[in-house]
Design a protein around this ligand. Structure first.
Ligand SMILES: Cc1cc2nc3c(=O)[nH]c(=O)nc-3n(C[C@H](O)[C@H](O)[C@H](O)COP(=O)(O)OP(=O)(O)OC[C@H]3O[C@@H](n4cnc5c(N)ncnc54)[C@H](O)[C@@H]3O)c2cc1C
Length: 387
């Protein structure tokens, strides 16, 4: 069974997978260094730019490829087989750009010059929403970062964001703030290198170290009025299909662990056996279990993505399904890595093998949105209200 081709539906997707495979190989050669440095590899970034990767999710009218969610997931899974941290990081940019292109609710001049920078210079963006006091923004805490209106209509933004993935290599930061003047949460587009903005290298974590998700610090950063791009709650919230880039990434890591464990099992023959361990019943049981978990999670994920892409009129009601995919996929991915490590045994703990990194990276999936307790409660409330 070719794990990737089984979800490919057409030639365009085949080409996309090939592009991702090439970049996955690049990311793989740098993943240990990025993991050690706890930062996003600038060399990997350049390779993505050379491939014009960062404009793929722009609408075709703005020079992109108008990626569908399904296609984004194919890319994410394949990239994550090479390096999960690269996939998760790049996935934020791809998803944010996809969302902005579809919503199309910024000032048209601001959005077209932003899109032009992405298309022509392959610039990179991410949202900076998390803060120490709010924790996950999905909990609804009000940002402590503030935007204060000045006499000339511009704003001064001050605050600190945590978990800002790719912070030190981003060109644009989309920052959530409390806007004092309107007593609401708003988003500001802030360019790198502006006065008062700095990145504090605080990212020293167990897993996903190569995402370089450092603190973003803003001290009276001057932002022009036109870069106050969104007011939270001004439009009806619709579920975000592109957030499936997260489960796709963790499933990619699980596929890498599964592939490496099978490779190991076929080649490792202890002197107590006259065959490789792949012939042993308990090892075959674990291999079968890994594939069972991957098949179930991947079919669920791709089916929901396909439904999302093909049925725009159903999207408003797909929040629970999207959330359920994330929990199903990240839990399955974690179980697959666990099984892979059981197959490999104690050697898997060594940094000479990739398994301990898969194990560390997969753990971070628990703390990407949406959070499991919220999803389970959402499902329960829905079930209770419908029955
Ligand atoms: C690898 C990685 C990359 C990330 N990249 C980004 C990024 O690019 N941009 C960004 O903005 N963020 C990013 N994040 C941050 C992420 O979205 C969360 O904000 C962060 O992980 C904190 O969420 P948490 O649930 O772990 O912690 P918290 O929200 O601080 O929660 C801590 C504990 O308190 C509980 N809790 C907190 N509030 C409530 C509540 N209201 N009700 C019930 N229980 C509650 C939680 O269940 C949990 O047990 C990233 C995180 C990771 C791990």
């Amino acid at each position: 069974m070719d794990l990737f081709q089984s979800f490919v539906q057409n030639d365009r997707q085949r080409h996309l997978i090939e592009k991702a495979a090439k970049l996955a190989d690049v990311a793989k050669t740098r993943r240990d260094q990025a993991d050690e440095m706890a930062d996003f590899s600038t060399d990997t970034l350049q390779e993505f730019k050379k491939e014009q990767y960062f404009s793929l999710s722009l609408p075709t009218s703005l020079g992109g490829e108008g990626l569908s969610v399904y296609e984004l997931l194919l890319l994410q899974e394949r990239l994550a087989v090479g390096d999960g941290a690269t996939a998760l990081s790049v996935g934020w940019h791809m998803g944010v750009v996809m969302e902005l292109g579809e919503k199309n609710d910024w000032d048209p001049d601001v959005f077209s010059s932003f899109a032009k920078e992405i298309k022509e210079k392959q610039k990179v963006v991410n949202r900076a929403a998390s803060e120490r006091a709010t924790g996950s923004p999905t909990r609804g805490g009000r940002p402590e970062t503030t935007a204060t209106k000045q006499a000339d209509g511009s704003y001064l933004v001050t605050g600190r964001k945590t978990f800002t993935t790719m912070a030190s290599v981003l060109d644009f930061y989309l920052v959530s703030t409390y806007v004092e003047e309107i007593e609401a949460v708003g988003w500001f587009l802030i360019e790198k290198d502006v006065e008062g903005l700095s990145v504090e290298k605080t990212w020293d974590t167990l897993g996903m170290r190569g995402t370089g998700s450092h603190d973003l610090v803003m001290e009276n950063v001057h932002v022009p009025r036109k870069h106050f791009v969104e007011v939270a709650g001004s439009s009806r919230p619709i579920p975000k299909g592109w957030l499936l880039h997260i489960p796709a990434c963790y499933l990619g890591i699980a596929i890498a662990a599964r592939n490496d464990a099978i490779e190991f099992a076929k080649n490792f023959q202890p002197n107590s056996l006259n065959t490789p361990i792949s012939e042993v019943a308990h090892v075959q049981q674990k291999i079968g279990e890994m594939d069972l978990k991957l098949l179930a999670a991947r079919h669920f994920m791709y089916a929901v993505a396909d439904k999302w892409d093909k049925n725009p009129e159903l999207r408003a009601k797909m929040g629970s399904e999207l959330a359920a995919v994330k929990i199903t996929a990240t839990n399955a991915a974690s179980e697959v890595v666990d099984l892979a490590m059981k197959i490999v045994g104690g050697r898997g703990l060594s940094k000479e093998m990739p398994f301990e990194k898969y194990y560390r990276d997969i753990r971070a999936g628990l703390h990407n949105p949406p959070m499991e307790d919220m999803v389970i409660l959402q499902l329960a409330k829905q079930a209770l209200s419908e029955n």
